[in-house]
Design a protein around this ligand. Structure first.
Ligand SMILES: C[S@@+](CC[C@H](N)C(=O)[O-])C[C@H]1O[C@@H](n2cnc3c(N)ncnc32)[C@H](O)[C@@H]1O
Length: 328
């Protein structure tokens, strides 16, 4: 039954799955839960090819300084601490193990948990996996001292933020903390032209030591610039008041824009970014105010650290959040 379930789910090599590290699978998710695509987003992640991670760059993937910021906010030793890592992000799994903790990695995709393990330097054999939706964390109250994650609220529509944060506070001990890197809307981008956004992305690439041709040129080269461009476009087409992403407008404008771009690599980059936008989240990135209001209901904001090693760093801070005392 388990093999049949895993085989159907994941199209991953069964040999790559470590059964002893899949905890709570039977109790936490029914077969129906696992296969029912509850949302487009879940389907997106169930279909995501973990191989793409290799080609992703900041700000979709945490940068070196993002990791340093997480490390700054954690104690030097996590031996014996109960730590949950939300999402298969390899960098977070590794940093907990580097600090001698044993993370419980919580993700609704077994394929991602397993597929992303190849990018972990230290975590293999030192972590537990739990198939679970962050919106319904199925752990007893006070299970963890630390809950961590990368771009968690961005992955959820605004109507799920309060419920998620309530659940995260519930599974933390009274003195527990949530540490998350989040994407804050850069409102100035809403009026910027697509050409201005492309310019900004190129600038970023040259500052990161990549030439402007990293946008295109060699086969697959556009991947290095794509996350940055997608991030800027997500901001440009956000409608934070309505809490939606204006995907129809984005599709029309980007198609038009593509026709004016002569460089085939940049055109390809834009086409691929537009494809993500069409199928990606249909909700808006939160403004700083919306983000901090939501976080502050259940947590006290203790520290906020932004990286300087990518241009959008100011809009991708890591928050240290302490569960508010006396609240259940
Ligand atoms: C690999 S991390 C990537 C984080 C990254 N920095 C980004 O661009 O969003 C995202 C993971 O979150 C998982 N995920 C997304 N939404 C989830 C949810 N509601 N519950 C559990 N896992 C979820 C996906 O399966 C995926 O493995």
């Amino acid at each position: 039954m388990l093999c049949e379930l895993l085989g159907k789910m994941a199209q991953v090599s069964l040999a790559a799955i470590h059964y002893d590290r899949i905890i709570n699978m039977a109790t936490h998710m029914t077969e129906g839960d696992l296969f029912q695509a509850q949302s487009e987003r879940k389907k997106y992640w169930l279909d995501f090819d973990p191989e793409h991670w290799r080609r992703l760059s900041s700000p979709f993937r945490p940068s070196r300084e993002d990791i340093d910021n997480f490390l700054r906010l954690l104690p030097c030793g996590l031996t014996g601490s109960k730590v949950a890592v939300l999402g298969a992000t390899p960098e977070l799994r590794d940093l907990v193990v580097e600090r001698k903790g044993r993370p419980c990695v919580v993700d609704f995709s077994l394929q991602m948990l397993s597929g992303m393990a190849q990018y972990c330097k230290y975590a293999a054999g030192h972590e537990d996996w739990c198939l679970n939706d962050w919106r319904a964390l199925d752990f007893p109250d006070g299970s963890f001292q630390w809950v961590m994650g990368d771009l968690i609220l961005r992955a959820l529509p605004a109507e799920d933020h309060a419920g998620f944060l309530e659940g995260a506070a519930r599974v933390l001990t009274d003195s527990g903390c949530l540490i998350v890197r989040e994407h804050i809307l850069d409102e100035s981008l809403r009026t910027a032209s697509v050409t201005e956004l492309l310019g900004r992305a190129r600038l970023c690439n040259s500052r990161e030591g990549l030439s402007a041709s990293a946008l295109g040129g060699q086969a697959g080269g556009h991947w290095s610039g794509r996350p940055h461009v997608v991030s800027l476009l997500m901001d440009k087409y956000a409608d934070p008041a309505a809490r939606v992403m204006n995907r129809g407008l984005a599709a029309r404008k980007l198609d038009e824009e593509e026709g004016h771009i002569s460089n085939p690599d940049v055109r390809e980059l834009l086409r691929s970014a537009a494809g993500f936008l069409r199928t990606g989240p249909d909700w808006s990135i939160s403004t700083k105010r919306q983000m901090e209001d939501a976080l502050s209901r259940r947590f006290e904001i203790m520290n906020v650290l932004a990286p300087r090693d990518h241009l959008e760093g100011r809009h991708y801070p890591v928050y240290l959040l302490k569960k508010r005392s006396g609240e259940k």
